[in-house]
Design a protein around this ligand. Structure first.
Ligand SMILES: *Cc1c(COP(=O)(O)O)cnc(C)c1O
Length: 403
């Protein structure tokens, strides 16, 4: 049988047009370097949107996957399995949580968190306690519940009646939260550093006020750490850099390092509100996913890996500031660890996408977060040399736009 050559225009022919992918098709990756069909090389500062935390095809992941692939692929939740139990135990050791629910994505982990919060409030306090407070520009996934909790109405409009009793407030606005939160509030869902919304960190006073107000009104605090989790900010979870602890935490993206998995973490008293049959997932806790995630988590949790994130952050910040001295384009570099946003200055408003395209032409993969922020979420173990090479590509890209 001859293997048919794949062409980029198949995308228009056979794919539901939800996306607008780049023209090149990557076929291979090692570390933070990727090659396309034509053999062109790219440095990967995107990391599959904060997913490929150990780069591409890291031996730790390849070994875990192949070992498990020869052992057992899938059962069902009628049985439990060793990789799921090992991973759950490890996640409880690494966080405040006592209990873990496995899902397959960030949205599903958030769906579980929101359902748990609604169930807890209804059983403890009654049906009137159902308000979910979330924040403008927040992102929580694309299921109908999570996209409605997300802070961009454009993503949830046009699908008919929405899940109800969801309020959106400005991020970092203590007074707005104080004015809205009430005994009717069931939960507050927040990213402890907004990713998609523009790489916006919370002020310490704000995040402390969120925790205090949740306590005052018996509302659960849900941290969506789908993007910030698993070492991304230099702590294993971002809340560990903050003065507060959530009641529920969701994680996905880097958790599997490229293998689909998500998880909701919570305390034992809250977990008890989920009874047999309350919630579930066919693939949640799949042995392949959990075996890979355990290997990834063990690699990330090493003190050297986490310290390395801080070193790489410094290298990125220095490099971006140096580019900015030669080609003034950014007003600020914000974010934490290897979730960084370069904010465009007044003269470059709206041009983040142009920079992404120009970078691609120079052999560099980057991301945007809105129209005015160029976002970097590379592998947590990207080499010093790859950072140097990628920053050189970025400088060439910016220089080409400057002309
Ligand atoms: C990516 C993301 C999600 C959605 O994750 P999926 O795996 O795409 O469902 C949810 N929350 C945050 C903060 C994210 O960055």
């Amino acid at each position: 049988m001859t293997v048919e050559q794949v062409e980029r225009d198949w995308f228009e022919n056979v794919m539901v047009p939800c996306y607008s992918p780049m023209e090149m098709i990557p076929v291979r990756g090692v570390g933070s370097t990727v090659w396309d069909q034509a053999g062109n090389e790219y440095i990967d500062f995107a990391g599959g949107i904060a997913v490929s935390c150990l780069g591409h095809c890291h031996p730790v992941m390849v070994n875990a996957l192949t070992e498990q692939a020869n052992q057992l692929w899938h059962l069902s939740n009628v049985m439990t399995n060793e990789p799921a139990l090992r991973l759950a135990k490890r996640l409880t050791q690494l966080s405040f949580a006592d209990k873990v629910f496995f899902a397959n994505s960030g949205a599903e982990a958030n769906e579980a968190a929101l359902k748990l919060a609604r169930r807890v409030a209804a059983e403890r306090f009654g049906a009137q306690k159902s308000e979910i407070i979330a924040f403008d520009q927040g992102f929580h996934g694309r299921t109908f519940f999570t996209v409605t909790v997300g802070g961009q109405a454009a993503y949830s409009d046009g699908f008919g009646p929405k899940p109800g009793d969801i309020t959106h407030l400005p991020y970092n606005d203590i007074e707005a939260l104080r004015a809205q939160i009430s005994p009717r509030t069931c939960a507050v869902m927040i990213e402890p550093l907004q990713g998609e919304g523009g790489v916006v960190p919370p002020t310490e006073a704000f995040i402390q006020a969120v925790r205090d107000l949740c306590d005052e009104f018996d509302a659960l605090l849900i941290f969506d750490e789908v993007q910030t989790g698993n070492g991304r900010t230099g702590a294993f979870y971002a809340y560990q850099n903050l003065p507060v602890v959530p009641d529920i935490l969701t994680t996905a993206k880097s958790l599997g390092g490229g293998f689909p998995i998500g998880a909701m973490l919570t305390t034992d008293p809250l977990a008890q509100f989920m009874k047999v049959g309350t919630h579930g997932s066919t693939y949640g806790g799949n042995p392949l996913a959990c075996a890979v995630a355990l290997a990834v988590v063990n690699e990330i949790a090493k003190p050297d890996t986490l310290a390395g994130v801080k070193q790489r952050e410094a290298q990125f910040r220095e490099g971006l500031l140096a580019i900015n001295q030669r080609y003034p384009i950014f007003s600020e570099i914000r974010g934490q660890g290897l979730l960084l946003g370069a904010v465009l200055n007044d003269a470059w408003q709206g041009r983040a996408r142009d920079i992404l395209v120009a970078a691609g032409n120079e052999g560099l993969l980057v991301l945007v977060a809105g129209a005015n922020v160029v976002r970097f979420t590379p592998s947590l173990v990207i080499s010093e040399q790859e950072i140097v090479q990628g920053l050189a590509c970025l400088e060439r890209a910016i220089a080409s736009l400057y002309r």
